[in-house]
Design a protein around this ligand. Structure first.
Ligand code: ZN
Length: 568
């Protein structure tokens, strides 16, 4: 039932009950519905302009029944009502991460973790430790390394790990997923040697003698990755359970999963078993669009727990791998402007998938990092309008994932086409350490351009790109508000003119993300009638100095009126 009508119905029942007590049963106290759950004594930041701030929230079933001052909401408390004291911490709509790789992040929780490694010795040690637990021939899989953290930004080579992985192929992804390191066993298995040409859209990194070093960029990664066996459904279920626990802990009540599609079955099984604790919007590969068109699926198909109908494509690579596509060359690699992703080649190929998908009512979300990649996708969207007409009344809600480096002249095109900038604020404080070395100051000024985009009335949706960045949304809020890079070198903010207000960052992480998945009428704000997805923090983020925001912790996560996480 429509949630607003449901609460309205409740109120009608309440009105008729009190009428009965007036007319006939004078000895009975006037009855009123009671809440299943009430949150009191909070700084309730609703993200609802009709009532931006409150103290308490009443929940009936899986919906929000009322939001208001403590005194008023106390009237909803009955003998069966569970009452939570927020101790003046922030009470917010549950976080909605608009861009996660949920299975990759979840499986990483049980693979070699290289995110905090800063030396060759530690790199080898972690791989050795992991490989010891494997059978001969099993793959060593890992993720998270960043050569910018190694002394002299040295690129790792297969020699770093060959001696500790003689009997196991190894594939270790760089944190941004646009490069990986293979050991000699994996290269051998994949048949990659000095005679293998670079595939279109990819680079086999080679040493001075022309031999592969083990590092493979973008499309070249596929040469090795295609030999890694898919996880079984049991493995996948185990991974996803671990990912769900991580999501609960960080107050995530919805995630938009850049999915492989195989996990949809696991999500369904977990939902039936009552174990799904985060709502899923599955964004599947655009190359598979025909299957969804044939099945008659349109954007937002599904229920409140599992929905789909969005397609993800790639326009370019990443800044870290110098494969993000720019109009002008890289400052520190003047021989390249970056690369088109293979999906953009030959010219018109992406359009040949996106246009029929749009005509069938599917949502399009394209990864674009460099200014030229962003521009090409905006132009493509404009072309689709010309070919397919104005589109459905609810809008297409086209997305660009990352929208990282923009030409200021493209802000208006974003706004005119109604394209959502689905962005990951943590990347700014991470890449901000070295981005200017790569693209110079001028291009940096319109990088992660949240202030400019909002000023041009472009909608933001915030997320993390987990496992590329940590899943914790509090770090995203901190990044958006401070732009203080992780190396501590920009305490006042890297490109401080692009900082946004805390309330704007929260909105992008809740209502903005909900808009990006066509659920802003159901989620994204603490509004009576909406789903009761709520997070309670241990602090009031609005009264602490911005640099302290990152220390805030989630104390309670509520999804559909049920407490799914309570801090120990
Ligand atoms: Zn991603």
């Amino acid at each position: 039932m429509n949630p607003v009508r449901r609460v309205a119905g409740l109120l009608a029942v309440l009105a008729s009950l009190s009428l009965v007590s007036f007319n006939g049963a004078a000895q009975m106290p006037p009855s009123r519905p009671t809440a299943d759950l009430v949150i009191q004594h909070g700084h309730v930041h609703t993200v609802d302009p009709a009532r931006p701030v409150a103290e308490a929230v009443a929940i009936v079933g899986d919906h929000i029944a009322a939001v208001g001052p403590d005194q008023e909401i106390a009237a909803w408390i009955g003998p069966e009502t569970k009452v939570i004291d927020a101790h003046r911490g922030c009470v917010l709509p549950g976080f909605n991460d608009s861009h996660v790789h949920f299975v990759d992040g979840s499986s990483d929780l049980s693979q070699v973790q290289l995110g905090d490694v800063t030396t060759r010795e530690e790199f080898s040690r972690r791989v050795a430790e992991y490989a010891r637990g494997l059978k001969k021939g099993e793959w060593v899989l890992g993720d998270g390394w960043d050569h910018e953290k190694f002394p002299g930004a040295t690129m790792p080579t297969r020699e770093w790990i060959d001696s500790v992985t003689p009997d196991n192929p190894a594939w270790l992804s760089r944190y941004d997923g646009h490069m990986g390191l293979a050991n000699s066993a994996a290269l051998h298995l994949a048949g990659v040697d000095r005679n293998t040409p670079d595939p279109p859209g990819g680079t086999i990194v080679r040493d001075a003698d022309g031999n592969p070093t083990g590092a493979l960029k973008d499309a070249a990664a596929g040469l090795v990755e295609r030999h890694i066996p898919d996880p079984s459904r049991e493995q996948l279920t185990r991974y996803i359970r671990a990912g769900l626990a991580e999501a609960r802990r960080y107050g995530l009540t919805s995630v938009q999963d850049i999915s492989h599609a195989a996990e949809l079955r696991v999500y369904q099984d977990l939902l039936r078993a009552g174990e799904l604790t985060v709502r899923i919007y599955a964004i599947t590969p655009i190359q598979q669009y025909e299957a969804q068109v044939r099945a008659g699926i349109t954007a937002g198909f599904g229920n409140d727990w599992i929905r789909t109908g969005a397609l993800k494509g790639f326009a370019d690579g990443s800044l870290g791998s110098t494969t993000a596509l720019f109009f002008e060359p890289y400052n520190d690699a003047p021989n390249t402007r970056g690369l088109f992703n293979a999906m953009m080649l030959p010219e018109g190929h992406m359009l040949s998938m996106a246009q029929p998908a749009d005509a069938a009512g599917l949502q399009i979300a394209i990864h674009a990092i460099g200014d030229r990649a962003n521009h090409e996708i905006l132009e493509m969207y404009d072309e689709i309008v010309r070919r397919n007409g104005p589109g459905p009344a609810r809008g297409r809600r086209w997305r660009i994932e990352h929208a990282q480096h923009l030409r200021p002249s493209d802000y208006d095109l974003f706004a005119r086409l109604g394209v959502i900038a689905s962005m990951q604020p943590y990347h700014a404080i991470d890449d901000g350490r070295w981005a200017e070395k790569r693209i110079g100051h001028q291009r940096a000024e319109s990088s992660y351009a949240w202030r400019s985009l909002l000023d041009h009335h472009v909608r933001l949706a915030f997320g993390t790109d987990w496992p590329v960045a940590p899943l914790n949304p509090i770090l995203g809020l901190y990044a958006a508000v401070t732009r203080a890079t992780l190396d501590g070198k920009h305490p006042e903010g890297w490109i401080p003119g692009q900082k946004i207000k805390l309330s704007e960052a929260i909105e992008a992480y809740t209502l903005g993300s909900a808009y990006a998945e066509f659920t802003d009428d159901r989620k994204g704000s603490l509004t009576p009638g909406k789903l009761a997805d709520v997070v309670i923090l241990d602090t009031d983020l609005f009264t602490i100095p911005p640099e302290k925001i990152r220390d805030a912790k989630v104390v309670t996560t509520i999804v559909g009126g049920k407490v799914v996480y309570a801090a120990p």
